[in-house]
Write a protein that binds this ligand. Structure first.
Ligand SMILES: Cc1cc2nc3c(=O)[nH]c(=O)nc-3n(C[C@H](O)[C@H](O)[C@H](O)COP(=O)(O)OP(=O)(O)OC[C@H]3O[C@@H](n4cnc5c(N)ncnc54)[C@H](O)[C@@H]3O)c2cc1C
Length: 232
């Protein structure tokens, strides 16, 4: 489906990420975890980029994507926009999605790869699904953590959701995990990993290394769903 939208709300999420919201057309259906393609007109050209929907299908009024602000051309054009600004959308696309088909899932996110994972967590929580969800997020610093406050609230609403955060370049105040996501961490935090479906989203290097790690742990490819945020 293709449609034009106007930005209805811009929400700062972290030191370098913002969410952009717009009205959801009545006939726009999507699955948690899918992405859209956003086309912006700036500097006399038209540029299209894919973005995961960070909103959940249970949120009927709006759609939302969350952009890591990179300082590059497209990012700066988006960052300079105000509410009311028009852009073109097409979608939904993508096979890394969740509709309640598995009982136990593990979501591995790197950086802004948290966007579709937020969608899946919100979806499971809003629908009060029985799904047992373990979300493991890896970021560099405290300032990079996106949706942390909302996820902390979601844990209270959804007893079947567990969130684990690791920060690879945290300040000295951080008392949590500082390792990259690795085999030992998965074995320790997800004892029953062998019986779960895995979802991976992050920069290509992260999704590739996570896939290799899971394969070496004996997780078959058919149980690994992933979205590489190509473009970084
Ligand atoms: C399925 C999918 C889902 C995605 N979901 C998300 C998401 O939810 N959130 C998100 O933030 N991103 C997401 N991405 C990535 C997104 O589409 C962009 O590619 C990414 O955000 C980089 O955007 P940018 O604004 O830096 O782009 P650009 O400005 O086009 O820059 C992209 C790259 O081009 C190069 N470049 C650009 N300008 C210069 C310059 N002046 N000099 C030198 N090099 C330059 C750099 O290498 C830069 O990394 C997704 C990608 C895919 C494939």
């Amino acid at each position: 489906m293709k449609f034009q939208a106007n930005i209805s709300e811009i929400i700062p999420r972290s030191a370098n990420a913002k969410s952009f919201r717009f009205k959801r057309p009545d006939d726009f259906d999507y699955k948690a975890g899918q992405y859209i393609v956003v086309t912006l007109e700036f500097n006399g050209k038209s540029v299209s980029k894919p973005f995961s929907l960070s909103s959940s299908p249970t949120e009927k009024d709006h759609l939302e994507f969350t952009k890591k602000l990179t300082g590059h051309e497209f990012s700066n054009a988006l960052d300079s926009m105000e509410t009311g600004y028009p852009f073109n959308i097409s979608g939904p696309f993508g096979k890394m999605s969740y509709e309640g088909e598995y009982e136990k899932i593990v979501l591995l996110s790197g950086g802004i790869g948290i966007a579709p994972m937020r969608s899946i967590c919100r979806y499971c929580t809003d629908l009060k699904l029985d799904t047992d969800v373990v979300l493991i997020c890896s970021d560099r610093t405290e300032e990079d953590m996106v949706f942390w406050k909302e996820l902390s609230e979601m844990i209270r609403q959804n007893p079947r959701l567990t969130v684990f955060q690791t920060l690879t370049r945290a300040s000295e105040n951080w008392t949590g995990c500082r390792e990259r996501i690795n085999e030992n961490l998965i074995r320790k935090e997800v004892h029953d990993y062998a019986t779960r479906e895995f979802y991976i989203c992050g920069p290509p290097s992260m999704t590739e290394s996570m896939t290799e790690m899971l394969r070496s742990m004996g997780v078959p490819d058919v149980r690994i769903k992933k979205e590489s945020l190509v473009g970084y």
